[in-house]
Design a protein around this ligand. Structure first.
Ligand code: NAI
Length: 254
């Protein structure tokens, strides 16, 4: 079956909540075993339970994606346990909101190290195994901020623009190894983090809704379809592509 992931092994970073949690559970629904990583073990255990309820295995490995040793550990432990890595979802991401003129070097480095360097190092660590296997699918979670500027988010925008080019660069370099590299670029998705803002600042939510052609924010589960498509054989001729899941945000000119 085109969208079937039975027997596959998928690593999801930032899997404890939000979009990462939804993708982890969604890929499990499609039949994949899931390796869950983010920094806090207790939060991951709750998602692991949801994954196991789908009849697949869940492996929890705490990991800070700004730490290269943690990343290598996740790749090695996944292969020790499952002997393969079929899918990597590079989802962990953060932002620091400040005017560009007030941005400290520390803020910049923090965002770039998680959102861009972490994505590259994870792809590299997992890629070493995928090159030997001669197949794999890497999916980088980007953002509309990778191609449209959001005020007060200079490092976030730069990191996501970088992720889009990283996706293309790796896709071109690793196609010969049977590895496909793609991205997903969401607009505003009501994850716990975004909800914390929109519930307090209703005016902000209304502004986003008005600017979005579909007239609402997205839900984390609405990212899952694109992830399953890109992870599965359904997308066997797609590489170097970043799919927008943005309610029409980037289609709108005025
Ligand atoms: P969230 O804050 O709800 O979840 C982020 C996840 O990443 C959490 O599990 C967190 O523990 C993990 N994480 C953060 N720093 C980490 C680190 N150093 N090492 C390991 N894990 C770390 O965020 P959300 O909203 O679910 O975002 C997920 C991805 O989607 C991010 O890459 C974000 O940029 C992207 N995105 C989100 C949008 C939204 O509106 N929520 C819109 C566009 C893109």
């Amino acid at each position: 079956m085109l969208f079937d992931l039975t027997g596959k092994v998928s690593i999801v970073t930032g899997a404890s909540k939000g979009i990462g949690r939804s993708i982890a559970v969604g890929l499990a629904d499609a039949g994949s075993h899931i390796v869950l990583c983010s920094r806090t073990k207790s939060e991951l255990e709750a998602v692991a339970e949801e994954v196991r309820q789908r009849g697949v295995e869940a492996l929890v490995i705490p990991c800070d994606v700004s730490n290269p040793e943690d990343i290598q550990h996740v790749a090695d432990e996944t292969v020790n346990r499952f002997q393969q890595i079929d899918v990597l979802i590079n989802n962990a991401g953060i932002t620091v909101k400040k005017n560009a003129a007030d941005y400290e070097l520390e803020d910049w480095n923090k965002v770039i190290s998680v959102n861009l360097t972490g994505v590259f190092l994870f792809a590299q660590a997992v890629g070493q195994y995928m090159i030997k296997q001669k197949n794999g699918s890497i999916i980088n979670i980007s953002s509309i901020a990778g191609e449209t500027a959001l005020k007060g988010s200079i490092a976030y925008c730069a990191s996501k623009g970088g992720v889009n080019m990283l996706t293309k660069g790796l896709a071109v370099e690793w196609a010969k190894h049977g590895i496909r590299v793609n991205g997903i670029a969401p607009a505003y998705i009501e994850t716990p983090l975004v909800k914390a803002i929109t519930e307090v600042r209703r005016d902000y939510a209304e502004k986003v809704e008005a600017r979005t052609p579909l007239k609402r924010l997205g839900a984390p589960d609405e990212i899952v379809g694109a992830a399953i498509y890109l992870a599965s054989e359904a997308s066997s001729y797609t590489t170097g592509e970043t799919i927008k899941v943005d309610g029409g945000w980037t289609a709108l000119g005025l």
